[in-house]
Design a protein around this ligand. Structure first.
Ligand code: C2O
Length: 349
């Protein structure tokens, strides 16, 4: 049977990966749950690469984030399920054992390390983007993505590195990895010795292998995870590879933050605004994988995947139940990615 949406009233403390400490990151509960309906829209939202946005776009995005963080008049209070803090907690609760799989079960829900990874994060971003848009009254607002697979986009995008009153800034990042340093998509905790030119080539190889090299959904999307399983059965290539590398590369040095906060630990990752740009690019890889010309790459057709479900608060504070099958086509969700160069599509490792 599929993993089903948690009962929010059963939410408990979450763990911190690599620590014995506990943290509380449960969302507000709601009496009423509505089922997801595909959005109606006139225009597709095109998510732009974060290193190329215009000053006008940046002003709009920062205003939306300031409202979400409650930094300016008219902003959300912390207990609003749409607030920046509550949204970060969504990730913490789904990733760190806050939800039992069923009443009385000792097994918890984990959206990482398996086939729920792509759909969970897609839906999470979908609501995040709509909340931002609704806060500024812009129904076409699209979030930026961090294009770490392209040389020009490899450093942390400048808009996230402005430490003067920017709602996109987070001081809990590794100070050795700030711009213009290029991200290392193979990062495992040790600094690379490659020159920039070689690092770019190495990053292309990582991308080619982790996207194009994976023909089967279990290798790309991740291994099965069903109701009653103790744990998901293994991460797909992107999740285990460049996705985790970026989390660790951005997260702070352990001598400054003991659990690698913010990006370097599941419980805190959503507290860094850069998380959402990072995950947009991860999500973009799902589209690239499916649309790659040549032998068709297909999603799972297993009903235990298609019917797995999650709960999210939408831009109107409704609690919405979504299924994996609701999110397979990003265009049906009303968004896509601005076309960009993917030089690694044709480099062969
Ligand atoms: Cu939910 Cu990048 O992790």
């Amino acid at each position: 049977a599929p993993i089903s949406a948690p009962d929010l009233t059963l939410c408990g403390d979450a763990t911190i990966t690599g620590s014995t400490e506990k943290v509380f990151c449960c969302p507000p509960t709601s009496e009423r749950i509505i089922d997801f309906k595909p959005p109606r829209f006139n225009k597709i939202r095109y998510r732009p690469p974060a290193h190329q946005v215009s000053p006008q776009y940046l002003a709009k995005f920062e205003r939306a984030m300031n409202l979400m963080q409650g930094n300016i008049p008219g902003g959300l209070s912390e207990d609003d399920p749409r607030s920046f803090k509550q949204q970060a907690d969504v990730h913490c609760a789904y990733c760190n054992g806050a939800y039992p799989q069923a009443t009385g079960s000792t097994k918890t829900i984990q959206v990482h390390n398996g086939w729920l990874f792509f759909p969970f994060h897609r839906l999470y971003l979908y609501f995040y983007e709509r909340i931002l848009g609704s806060l500024i009254g812009d129904e076409e607002f699209a979030m930026p993505y961090w294009m770490w697979d392209n040389p020009a986009g490899m450093p942390i995008p400048a808009i996230y590195n402005n430490n003067v009153n920017s709602p996109l800034y987070d001081s809990r990042r590794n100070p050795d990895h700030l711009p213009p340093k290029l991200a290392d998509l193979n990062y495992n905790g040790t600094e690379t010795t490659l020159s920039d030119k070689d690092l770019i080539f190495s990053n292309f190889n990582v991308m080619n292998k982790q996207v194009i090299g994976q023909r089967f959904p279990s290798l790309f999307l991740g291994q099965p995870y069903r109701a009653g399983d103790d744990n998901p059965k293994g991460a797909g290539s992107i999740e285990a590879g460049c996705h985790t590398a970026i989390h660790r590369w951005v997260g702070d040095r352990r001598d400054r933050q003991k659990n690698g906060e913010d990006m370097g630990n599941f419980y805190s990752a959503g507290k860094d605004p850069l998380f959402y740009a990072h995950h947009c690019n991860v999500d973009r890889m799902w589209n690239i994988w499916k649309n790659f010309p040549g032998p068709k790459r297909c999603d799972f057709t297993d009903p235990d995947w298609l019917n797995a479900s999650f709960l999210f608060y939408d831009e109107n504070k409704n609690l919405v139940r979504c299924k994996v099958s609701d999110c397979l086509d990003s265009k049906a969700l009303g968004y896509d990615y601005q076309i960009a160069d993917t030089p690694w599509l044709h480099t062969r490792p």
